[in-house]
Design a protein around this ligand. Structure first.
Ligand code: SF4
Length: 450
């Protein structure tokens, strides 16, 4: 993680972030805003004036991002750079702009040229600033810049490996487990990951409109067993504050929905989006939890840390989700570094996922043993809070199945044989049928088994 001393230059919060009106894919879609909390109530009064003014916090920008901005976006101010609308509008989507910034390998160049359909190339200027312009094997670069192996389909790969469409009672809603649903509220992301489970649909230019949301909400309202709604996409935090608040307020009006979650990569690829106005709005919809998609320790920048701290300060419990990726984060050292870094920014390492077998994902997938080895190297060797659960989302729609090292070594009569993190064996008395009476005045006498 970068140190504070490496960061200079504080700027005011960009204009526009207090009242965001950005629609995903730069388009406006029909939408009815129902704000339980009018924006006028979400401002602070100036101590010097009776007039209401918006509180303008200060943002830090890393030296690295500043250098990048000055080199590739010379006319852009720090305020514009820190405006999430500017970041989305200027995301890098075409081969000419990308090749002006990074030296594309022939493999990358041809892969981008051949690309058709969903999962387009799109990278925020901020995230691109973290990428090594000269090294095609740079971990972050590999996650967002395609290569030709994306077009090679291997054994067992499917467009919808988790059978989400089959478990979808209405479009955009996946109801797989008894008490919870996955609500896919948008197909848009600011930056697309080349290994995305929903590569079949994200970024295809289609819109998730308000009618689709209404049908999903109606289903949730009519299904009392649903107590937990995971809002995902695409990336829900690319929606405007108003749309997000409309959605959260509608969900909060459903009495049996106890718990809301947001799944997002925005704090990592677009940390500028985590504005004070966004977190002030989110904190009105507790209990609200957030799962943040992290891949590599190089994502733990000052900007990302600020975003996570703002969310945590708003009382939102943060958990991480990390996809295990070959040559990117599949080493014990990289994962340990990431998990420790997450704890430092108040994110609990939650899941490591085995990469889903979407078409063209073989170059990203590791053997399952690698995941088990990583968990084995964490458990016992570092804080329990730093150890996530390693899961395989079962192809065919079986749901998440935890895979872990086997710590049960067998039985020895009435005892369970357990292996600790160092491989040493221990016995745990595991028989409730045998009751042993002893003389507590003299524990060595009068023992009798019943
Ligand atoms: S941020 Fe999530 S939904 Fe978007 S491309 Fe990456 S993995 Fe897919």
């Amino acid at each position: 993680m970068e140190k504070d001393s490496e960061f200079v230059m504080e700027d005011a919060e960009p204009p526009g972030s207090m009242i965001s009106v950005m629609d995903h894919a730069d388009k406006r879609v029909p939408f009815i805003a129902i704000n339980n909390l009018p924006l006028s109530k979400r401002v602070k009064k100036s101590p010097l004036s009776s007039q209401c003014i918006h509180y303008i916090p200060r943002l830090k920008t890393s030296v690295r991002s500043q250098t990048f901005r000055k080199k590739f976006f010379p006319g852009i101010s720090n305020s514009e750079w820190n405006d999430w609308h500017w970041q989305i509008k200027n995301r890098i989507r075409d081969i000419n702009t990308l090749s002006r910034i990074i030296r594309l390998s022939e493999d990358e160049y041809l892969a981008i040229l051949c690309h058709k359909g969903p999962l387009p190339v799109s990278i925020t200027p901020y995230y691109l600033s973290l990428i090594d312009e000269n090294n095609p094997l740079h971990p972050l670069r590999r996650t967002v810049v395609p290569v030709k192996r994306e077009y090679l389909h291997s054994f067992g790969e499917e467009k919808d490996p988790l059978c989400e469409e089959q478990h979808s009672p209405v479009p955009g809603l996946v109801h797989r487990y008894p008490d919870r649903v996955l609500f896919l509220v948008t197909d848009f992301c600011s930056t697309y990951c080349r290994y995305c489970t929903r590569s079949r649909r994200v970024g295809d230019g289609g819109e998730v409109n308000s009618q689709q949301w209404e049908k999903a909400l109606e289903y949730i309202e009519n299904t009392p067993s649903i107590r937990d709604v995971l809002i995902s996409g695409g990336d829900p935090l690319t929606l405007s504050d108003e749309k997000l608040e409309w959605l959260l307020s509608r969900l909060r009006q459903i009495p049996h929905v106890e718990f809301l979650r947001i799944g997002t990569k925005v704090p990592v690829v677009l940390p500028q989006r985590i504005t004070p106005s966004l977190v002030r709005m989110l904190k009105h919809y507790h209990p609200l939890w957030m799962s943040i998609h992290f891949t590599h320790p190089e994502e733990l920048t000052i900007e990302n840390r600020k975003a996570c701290c703002r969310l945590a300060d708003a009382g939102i419990p943060l958990g991480s989700q990390t996809v295990l990726l070959k040559g990117i984060n599949d080493s014990v050292e990289t994962m340990k570094h990431l998990m420790h870094g997450l704890l430092k920014i108040r994110v609990k390492p939650y899941y490591i996922y085995q990469c889903d077998p979407i078409p063209g994902s073989a170059h990203f997938r590791t053997p399952v043993e690698k995941g088990v080895e990583i968990i084995h190297s964490l458990r016992g060797y570092t804080s329990g809070y730093a150890v996530p659960t390693y899961v395989i989302d079962a192809p065919g729609g079986g749901g998440k199945i935890p895979v872990s090292p086997d710590y049960v070594a067998g039985r020895n009569k009435d005892c369970l044989l357990l292996r600790n993190y160092e491989g040493k064996l221990y016995q745990y008395p595991d028989s409730l049928e045998k009751v042993e009476i002893c003389n507590y005045n003299n524990p060595d006498e009068g023992r009798e088994n019943f």
